[in-house]
Design a binder for this molecule. Structure first.
Ligand code: 5AD
Ligand code: SF4
Length: 468
């Protein structure tokens, strides 16, 4: 199916101007303030940056506290229950603020809002929330905002049947040298535990030329790290009129002149091609890092998860990457306690972790998501047992990560300097493999690359000194 690419942001200009005028009158010429809080993944952070871009056009400045805000927005995540609970807690706490300042607009957006039972709960239990919109409605934010502040009615805009890619939305980036670049939206994989295909809808890719143009602009504006984002970047290009693969896209971006680093996430082992690994191996700018979530080391559980690869196929890609990319850094996501996971299944996960030797892992205890197939599966394992497995896995990984970091002592690493750790009085940055390095140096180095000689390893953090 061809997914439409639409350049329709012009339609919002009228609402941008109208909203600006209304807020100007309300604030008597003072700039209105927006408080935006984003939960969850980088895709959500990128969405948040687009909403901020539109708010900026509407005349807003930004604040870190809810107390002085005219507009409060929680950009929510639905991937695990814990994230949802935090949103309900934080929104509930705004009730008195809204009572004291009735003109504030409180809004919720993001993945949680695409779930009907959640939107219904907000509608019934949180009457002070004036605007709710899902991930598919972001491009018409000015329209929804305008109607929320003028219509005298609550605006609920949901429904994930919009298959279009909307181009031209302004972006206000949080960082001045690190940028997120969405290359595609949605997911078609339907892993049995995951809510994302239901909240972000069908997979659709941005046009090759639009992505490359944005990457060029970022490099020209001095960005040093560009992270290409998609739920499954390896299937980039599906449904585009002009056929392109992810390997072709990243190669084209790698050819841009300049001093910058390209990262990407997330890869799916079923679609991760050897061609991509060859491109990384021969590239000038692509980080020597592969984030390749395997979720479980047990073939039986992988089948139940609907992951469509097995342990052997996973190890095949990993071994190819190790062979081709010198000193490749591998990271992964793992779910512990998927319904029906036995001790033997879990042992398979531990053995895969040991066999691969990951730099770091993102480990999660399975969280039941309403509407997914896994939510209907028998889950006899107790929470205590799942926590025990989780702790065992962390222990195993700690040992592996510290060995890996220790093996880097005496090497020289090219590091993008990110920040000053005020407490330690040290600069902090990341290697190409995404490992944190701390070292002494001047704050002027923040936002640039530095060569650092590694002198010490502490678990998964490296320490070093500036090399000439
Ligand atoms: N429970 C626990 N972890 C989950 N993830 C996705 N859905 C769930 C769930 N229901 C994890 C997967 C995915 C990462 C982004 O979040 O490991 O790769
Ligand atoms: Fe969820 Fe699987 Fe899609 Fe990742 S690939 S977003 S885990 S359904």
């Amino acid at each position: 199916m061809i997914r439409e690419v639409i350049y329709d942001y012009d339609k919002q200009l009228e609402y941008i101007n109208l909203s600006r005028e209304i807020m100007d009158i309300r604030k008597r010429g003072e700039k209105p303030l927006a408080f935006i809080h984003t939960y969850g993944c980088q895709q959500n952070v990128a969405d948040g940056e687009r909403i901020k871009g539109m708010l900026e056009q509407m005349g807003f400045d930004f604040t870190d506290t809810v107390d002085d805000a005219d507009f409060i927005l929680f950009n929510t995540c639905a991937v695990r229950e814990h994230a949802e609970d935090r949103v309900f807690g934080n929104v509930g706490a705004l009730k008195t603020l809204k009572r004291r300042h009735p003109s504030i607009l409180i809004a919720l957006c993001g993945c949680m809002m695409e779930q009907e039972h959640i939107a219904n709960k907000i509608y019934k239990s949180f009457p002070f929330v004036g605007l709710v919109f899902g991930t598919h409605a972001i491009h018409k934010f000015p329209d929804m905002f305008y109607h929320s502040i003028t219509g005298g009615k609550r605006v609920f805009e949901r429904g994930n049947d919009d298959l279009a890619v909307h181009e031209g939305i302004p972006v206000k980036r949080d960082g001045s040298f690190k940028a997120w670049l969405s290359i595609m939206y949605g997911c078609d994989n339907f892993c049995s535990y995951c809510i994302v295909p239901y909240t972000r809808g069908r997979e659709r890719s941005r046009r090759f030329e639009d992505i490359v143009a944005e990457a060029k602009e970022l490099v020209a504006n001095g960005y040093k790290e560009i992270t290409l984002l998609g739920q499954n970047v390896n299937s980039y290009g599906k449904g585009l009129e002009e056929k392109h693969t992810f390997a072709e896209l990243i190669k084209e971006i790698d050819n841009i002149e300049g001093d910058f680093l390209i990262r990407f996430m997330t890869s799916h082992p079923k679609d991760c091609s050897k061609e991509l690994i060859d491109v990384i191996a021969q590239s000038k700018h692509i980080s020597k890092h592969l984030h390749l979530p395997f979720q479980s080391g047990s073939d039986r559980i992988l089948k139940e998860m609907n992951r469509r690869y097995d342990r052997e196929k996973y190890l095949d890609i990993v071994n190819y990457a190790k062979e081709k990319i010198e000193d490749v850094s591998l990271t992964s996501d793992i779910i512990v306690g998927f319904p029906g996971e036995t001790e033997e299944d879990f042992e398979q996960t531990i053995s895969l972790v040991k066999e691969v030797g990951f730099t770091s892992l993102f480990t999660f205890i399975y969280s039941k998501r309403v509407g997914t197939p896994a939510a209907e599966m028998e889950d006899p394992t107790t929470d205590e047992e799942k926590s025990r497995r989780f702790t065992r896995l962390l222990k195993v990984q700690e040992e592996i990560a510290s060995q890996r970091c220790a093996s880097m002592v005496d090497s020289i690493q090219r590091v993008l300097v990110e920040s000053m750790n005020e407490k330690k009085g040290m600069l902090s940055g990341r290697t190409s493999g995404n490992i944190i390095v701390e070292f002494d140096g001047s704050e002027d180095l923040i936002g640039s690359f530095a060569n650092v000689k590694i002198t010490k390893a502490r678990n998964w953090i490296l320490q070093g000194e500036l090399a000439q």
